[in-house]
Write a protein that binds this ligand. Structure first.
Ligand SMILES: [Zn+2]
Length: 270
């Protein structure tokens, strides 16, 4: 990123209208989503040129494949642009119909950042203190497990540490915080998708209080009744540090928190 673009980007983020106006001619050709990716993943997404994201390893990723996609295709065949196809609505606690912002991931991009095999992802995981224990199969909490594994890529582990520090100040929330897993390598029901758990950017908590859309709908295209038992305070603490909540998806998964700063930056209109 050259100095001028960087300046323009900073002006854009800080909401500096006058600076932005001055810099707009060089910046306008970069789609907003690409600019957000460059901003939140600066070690990997270095630039944008002729419709391609320029990656730090010298490779490129087509930002927008230009195809019209069905809802399921937006989830199965996600290009970087498709990650911004849905609304993550910070102003409502009920997800809009078929709005699954952050539930889809561009596998090409995420493989490059977090690792494209179980061992590659695992090599970047470190222990993060999680003092709230681990959920047991019989509905209890094992307090002897005091860590979770999380990726160092994009500083995700550092952001999780900040979440933990803030959650510790709220004893009234602790009963929801027993974790039941961060990293596990698996494809989702469609082999084309990968879960956030495959990348070490996700933690599941409070399984005892969790709700999942699949228990309330026959197919992904069906109408889903919304359910949630998690206090919103927990969600707001995670979101403050770049984590999205699966409870904001129409196809909700309320125990699921995932490090996706691009979705939050988009939602905040930054
Ligand atoms: Zn999960």
């Amino acid at each position: 990123m050259n100095g001028f673009i960087k300046f323009a980007l900073i002006a854009f983020i800080s909401g500096g209208i006058t600076h932005l106006a001055a810099a707009s001619t060089s910046d306008d050709s970069i789609p907003r989503g690409a600019r957000i990716l460059m901003n939140v993943y600066p070690s990997y997404v270095k630039g944008y040129k002729n419709g391609e994201l320029l990656m730090s390893d010298g490779s490129t990723i087509t930002y927008d494949d230009g195809r019209e996609k069905s809802f399921v295709q937006l989830l199965d065949e996600t290009d970087p642009e498709d990650m911004f196809a849905f609304t993550y609505d910070l102003n409502s606690w009920t997800p809009g119909k078929m709005q699954d912002a952050g539930r889809n991931r561009c596998v090409e991009l995420f493989d490059k950042m977090y690792g494209s095999s179980a061992s590659a992802v695992r090599s970047k995981l470190v222990p993060v203190r999680w003092p709230f224990g681990q959920a047991t199969n019989n509905g209890g909490v094992n307090k002897n497990v005091k860590i979770v594994l999380f990726t160092t890529v994009n500083g995700a582990n550092k952001q999780l540490e900040k979440v933990v520090a803030e959650l510790e100040k709220h004893p009234e929330l602790h009963k929801y915080l027993a974790q039941s897993g961060t990293f596990y390598w698996h494809a989702l029901h469609s082999a084309k998708r990968k879960s956030g758990h495959s990348y070490g950017i996700t933690v599941d908590i409070g399984v005892k209080y969790s709700d999942y859309w699949r228990s309330h709908a026959k197919s992904e295209n069906a109408t889903v009744a919304y359910h949630n038992k998690f206090p919103h305070e927990i969600v707001e603490i995670f979101e403050k540090y770049g984590f999205i909540w699966g409870g904001r998806w129409y196809h909700y998964d309320t125990m699921h928190f995932e490090y996706r700063p691009e979705i939050l930056m988009d939602a905040r209109g930054q």
